[in-house]
Design a protein around this ligand. Structure first.
Ligand code: DAT
Length: 180
């Protein structure tokens, strides 16, 4: 079945790792937004406060449509802004307990304020909410906190095949906000 699947979630939740294994397992085309954006010049310039390149979502969306227009097969588009683009068949938001993400964000060398911002976004489920606002019931939300990469790949494969459904709104990490 030909489909376009977006995989989103807070940085370090496992989008890249899981998408790579998944795409090679099911023979899908994989677009990594971080690479795609820089290869195609889809940034608005550097945010002087935050120090990173801001993605031009409108241009990214248009470039993705063009890239996939004549593509025949399953495409996986992974990146933490993928859910802000259009024309996906399914949007899978990966979630993980903020406690797990703290270690990974530290290992990635993020500063404390950026770590805090990302952990709060995860606790509040920001990616999932944004995705649901835009795509409603096309959104699937999977808690991968206690899954290996292989476990997560199996779940995503089942979702893509339409065998299981992980509706938006069932994951709650608000406890982290209260105790942190
Ligand atoms: P993202 O692309 O969402 O930023 P990533 O795929 O680069 O995240 O993963 C960040 C780190 O976490 C990387 O060292 C691999 C590890 N990781 C990802 N998913 C995992 C899982 N389910 N179990 C254990 N480690 C995982």
């Amino acid at each position: 079945m030909n489909q376009t699947i977006f995989i989103s979630g807070t940085p370090t939740v496992g989008k890249t790792t899981i998408s790579e294994v998944l795409a090679s397992k099911i023979g899908a085309k994989l677009i990594k937004i971080n690479d795609f954006v820089f290869e195609n010049g889809l940034t608005l310039g550097k945010d002087s406060d935050k120090g990173y390149e801001v993605i031009d979502i409108e241009k990214l969306d248009a470039a993705l449509q063009e890239e996939l227009e004549d593509f025949d097969g399953t495409a996986i588009v992974e990146g933490h802004v993928s859910h802000l683009c259009s024309n996906a068949d399914k949007i899978i938001v990966l979630r993980a307990n903020p406690e797990i993400l703290r270690e990974r964000l530290e290992a990635r060398g993020y500063g404390e304020s950026k770590i805090r911002e990302n952990l709060e976004a995860e606790a509040l489920g920001v990616c999932g909410c944004e995705a649901y606002d835009m795509h409603s019931n096309k959104v699937e939300e999977v808690d991968v906190s206690s899954m290996t990469v292989e476990d997560a790949v199996e779940v995503l494969e089942d979702i893509i095949e339409g065998n299981v459904h992980y509706p938006f709104g069932n994951i709650d990490f608000m406890e982290w906000i209260i105790s942190n």
